[in-house]
Design a protein around this ligand. Structure first.
Ligand code: AMP
Length: 399
């Protein structure tokens, strides 16, 4: 059996999993956190047991070295890692598909870093250390933006001078593309004609966005040139009047960049609830009667519903709505609040099915007579990265 090491590098963290490209749970998974600080540590979850180790070298290299060491020390598992799949946040207009990484691809990822500096530069670092330590196997990049490269110009352009697009590539790119592609593929397995139908997906996690999918292709999505646009999120404001940025900067006597930091890090559920960015924590507070928690959840649901209705204008019908991501998969409260606001589109939830939707499984939660199927489908971005890596390895071997 062949396996893929899936790597997702952040600026101070590195998530990883070893997958065989099937629905089987990862053989090994874990996360290295607080990279860059002397408290850096890495966790390994194997066969239901989790162990945590301090890292000797507190950087991405230290994390990948620890993973390699774990693999080399567990020879009894007879792991056969044939490739490494790297999640990359921004592929700009350069990458519309997953690719095997060579020096040209690496410099392309570096060039796209101007729109996602923290993410893409961390990915480059992760790729370079993984290539150094797992150099003899192919490395593949899978881009969050790639799935949305099918958007038409009238959807991806901002209504600003065309010169800014021509000269600087300022446009909507969209994110969560790996999750949307996974959902589109999964949905296609659930009914014979589903692959050709029209679907709205709400990927609701700490980062959140929606996507309209027509016959398997993205036709609109809510995130923009960065993941700040669109829905209200855990700590991000989502869309608002851009003038606000200048007002905040003037009023608080801070730079535009610091004002932008407020919109990215202190807004959303956290900003409104003044409790937490974590939806579960806010739901607990709401159940205990906290009005700020109630307001935050209502705003989150209202904004999600508005964006779903907005991207739906690119579809002739809405045959399916899919909820995914930590909140979408696990919060009946949020799903109900969103669907309630979409009743004018003929969206009707089966409240009981919504309430009992089993964790980690696909479930249909629409009322019987509802023309739109409402689904909960757990996403699995790591699996898609593993599958892309395996198929690119196979196709390059057959050339
Ligand atoms: P993600 O970024 O996809 O991992 O999702 C994280 C978000 O999912 C956090 O806001 C969590 O509070 C939320 N979440 C996870 N489980 C639940 C749950 N049972 N109810 C409500 N929210 C949840």
């Amino acid at each position: 059996m062949q396996q893929i090491l899936v790597v997702n590098c952040g600026s101070s963290s590195l998530k990883f999993a070893i997958m065989d490209g099937t629905d089987n749970p990862p053989i090994l998974e874990g996360i290295a956190e607080r990279l860059g600080s002397e408290h850096s540590a890495i966790s390994f979850k194997y066969a239901g047991n989790k162990t945590v180790q301090a890292l000797h070298d507190h950087d991405h290299r230290g994390a990948v070295t620890a993973i390699k060491h774990w693999i080399d020390s567990n020879t009894d598992l007879a792991l056969n890692i044939v490739g490494v799949g790297h999640r990359v946040v921004h592929g700009g207009e350069t990458f519309s598909n997953s690719v095997v990484i060579d020096s040209e691809v690496l410099s392309g990822i570096e060039q796209c870093a101007r729109f996602a500096p923290l993410h893409n530069l961390a990915h480059v670092k992760g790729i370079e250390v993984a290539q150094a330590l797992f150099g003899d196997i192919p490395h593949v990049a899978v881009f969050d933006t790639a799935f949305h490269q099918t958007l038409e110009a009238d959807q991806y352009l901002y209504p600003i001078p065309m010169r800014l697009y021509r000269e600087h590539h300022f446009r909507k790119y969209g994110f969560h593309g790996t999750s949307y592609r996974y959902i589109a593929q999964k949905l296609a397995t659930l009914g014979s004609d589903f692959a050709l139908q029209n679907t709205l997906v709400a990927h609701l996690g700490n980062g959140a966005s929606v996507c309209a999918i027509k016959a398997g292709h993205s036709v609109d999505t809510s995130m923009g040139i960065t993941p700040l646009e669109g829905l209200m999120m855990g700590t991000r404001s989502g869309s608002l009047d851009p003038s606000l940025l200048a007002f905040i900067s003037d009023a608080e006597k801070i730079s535009m960049k610091e004002a932008l930091d407020i919109l990215n890090k202190d807004s959303g559920l956290k900003g409104i609830s003044e409790i937490s960015n974590d939806c579960r924590t806010i739901e607990t507070a709401q159940a205990a009667g906290d009005d700020r928690a109630e307001l935050a959840l209502n705003m989150f649901a209202s904004r999600t519903a508005k964006h779903l209705a907005s991207v739906a204008t690119n579809l002739e019908s809405v045959d399916h709505i899919v909820f995914t991501g930590g909140i979408g998969e696990n919060s009946p409260v949020i799903r109900a609040k969103i669907c309630q606001r979409l009743a004018m589109m003929g969206i009707h939830l089966d409240l009981h099915a919504n309430q009992i939707s089993p964790r980690g499984e696909v479930s249909l939660i629409s009322e019987n007579h509802c023309k739109t199927n409402i689904w909960v489908i757990p996403t699995n971005e790591e699996l898609l990265i593993a599958q892309d890596t395996l198929s690119l390895i196979e196709s390059s071997a057959s050339k």
